[in-house]
Design a protein around this ligand. Structure first.
Ligand SMILES: [Fe+2]
Ligand SMILES: [Fe+2]
Length: 500
């Protein structure tokens, strides 16, 4: 083993010792939090958007980083790859509404099942469409959806992948990662034989990081669902078509190593993967960067549906104004704003069939919707630096009289921050349009909230909202929603054939 590789392994083992000792759950150097630990925990939110079990991105990252070590990649390149693997699905919410509409099915199930087939083969793509298009629909509905997808021919599937990859790469750039990170995300679904999407790159035209990430993510899906043997068989079957044969060989060599197998089997993949963040390429999550992370993930949440376009940002602006009105100091304001930005992160785990339904939800659909504050709480509780916000985010649909969800507790007993986010959330949502109603004027919403003050709505928080609105003009986001809906409709005019 060369001196260089030995030094990589020593760095990793020192860092692992810090992470696994716990240090209050945070991998810290001194008092500084590593960005990798924040993103590996937040990647669980991206996993649920993709319909994957929690830990998918973190485990894919583990696989990719083992491959990077075998390839003796430079620290700077391993660092770029590390963040690419954690953020690879940051764009996945941006095509969810289109996916749900086109298939007439749960976007999370479609995304999950697509990862298990070889969609580059026309016969497999057609079989997938037959099995998954409008599963609850009538024969006529199924026929019409299939026909609509087939009639529009090639280009549609590419567009779906392109939207996801470009959006994911944009998130990586927003967070200040190098171009190599963005490029790996762009190349995630390119195939060695040139039959991948979106650009149909071939062989070494695909960035090395993109080839590693593509292999690692597909291997992880098969490993988690079917076990190591099946995952290795899949990589052999697709070697030279989907995957770089050299990387497949390296992966098979790794699979013979006990350390690799035992790390793959760990349930706490996010903790395990933090050991692989190259710590000689320092990326610490200071307050300014944590703000950008919260803003970036708020955009991921808002991209899930055209109806929620810019919702989280709007709630954050209102909550910040309300916090200022009550005189919160800077740190408390910063936490409040981050909480408001991320209060709906659990919506990433709700199907767009429910989020975008143009009518009353059934009991079953409403039960699915009611889970999202619980998801928000669980996701944020895992994230160092955001854990203290988890309970507040989890309570954003509670009500003063205890008739809210998901716990149904009387919000009077909750901290003021919770009640601020609740009122900001209701006001913002009612002034915006929903699939089944138009947006309401701000004055009308305030009147409605005043009628409920003291029964379901906290009067203190409502007063703070009114004080904020006296100082600052409010513009609803209906115009932005219309733009987002228009873009979706234009996009739907160029539909999809998974077999093309
Ligand atoms: Fe919500
Ligand atoms: Fe919300």
């Amino acid at each position: 083993m060369g001196k260089f590789v030995t030094s990589q392994l020593m760095e990793r083992s020192e860092h692992c010792a810090v992470v696994e000792r716990g240090d209050a759950g945070a991998a810290k150097r001194g008092d500084t939090l590593r960005l990798g630990e924040v993103l590996s925990a937040l990647s669980y939110a991206l996993d649920i958007t993709e319909g994957q079990p929690c830990g998918h991105a973190a485990r894919s990252c583990l696989v990719g980083m083992h491959l990077a070590e075998k390839l003796h990649l430079l620290s700077s390149d391993r660092s770029s790859l590390f963040y690419a693997l954690l953020l690879k699905d940051a764009g996945c919410s941006s095509n969810a509404a289109k996916m749900a509409y086109l298939f007439g099915a749960d976007d999370r199930k479609i995304k999950h099942d697509l990862k298990e087939i070889d969609w580059s083969k026309a016969a497999e793509g057609l079989r997938f469409m037959r099995q998954n298009v409008s599963p609850e629909g009538s024969r006529t509905e199924r026929f019409l959806k299939m026909a609509a997808m087939l009639l529009h021919g090639p280009g549609g599937a590419k567009k779906l992948v392109q939207t996801r990859c470009e959006r994911g790469a944009a998130v990586a750039r927003t967070l200040g990662f190098p171009e190599m990170t963005a490029q790996a995300i762009l190349d995630l679904d390119e195939h060695w034989n040139g039959q991948g999407h979106p650009r149909g790159l071939r062989g070494e035209e695909i960035s090395l990081a993109g080839r590693i990430a593509g292999l690692a993510q597909t291997f992880e899906v098969f490993y988690t669902k079917l076990g190591l043997t099946a995952a290795l068989e899949m990589t052999l079957a697709r070697s030279g078509t989907w995957f770089d044969p050299t990387l497949v060989s390296l992966l098979h060599g790794l699979a013979a190593e006990d350390e690799f197998r035992s790390e793959l089997a760990r349930r706490d993949a996010d903790v395990a993967v933090a050991c692989y963040e190259p710590h000689d390429v320092p990326r610490y999550a200071d307050d300014a960067l944590l703000d950008r992370v919260a803003e970036a993930f708020a955009q991921v949440v808002d991209a899930k549906s055209p109806w929620t376009h810019k919702h989280s940002r709007g709630v954050a602006d209102l909550a910040l104004g309300m916090g200022r009105a009550v005189g919160f100091e800077a740190d408390r304001l910063r936490r409040l704003r981050r909480t408001a930005l991320l209060h709906d992160i659990g919506k990433l785990g709700v199907s767009n069939l429910v989020l975008d339904k143009p009518g009353k939800l059934t009991d079953e659909e409403f039960a699915a919707m009611k889970k999202h504050p619980d998801f928000s709480e669980r996701i944020l509780a895992r994230v160092p630096a955001f854990a203290s916000m988890a309970e507040i985010a989890g309570a954003h649909h509670e009500r003063l009289d205890g008739r809210g969800y998901y716990r149904g507790v009387a919000s009077e007993t909750l901290p003021l921050e919770s009640r601020i986010v609740m009122v900001a959330d209701v006001f913002e949502a009612l002034t915006a349009a929903r699939p089944y109603r138009a947006g309401m004027p701000a004055e009308k919403v305030i009147d409605m909230l005043e009628r409920d003050a003291g029964t379901s709505v906290c009067p203190t928080a409502l007063n703070l909202l009114k004080r904020h609105l006296e100082r600052k003009d409010f513009t609803s986001r209906v115009e932005h929603q219309l733009e987002a809906l228009d873009l979706l409709h234009q996009d739907l005019a160029a539909p999809v054939c998974m077999a093309c």
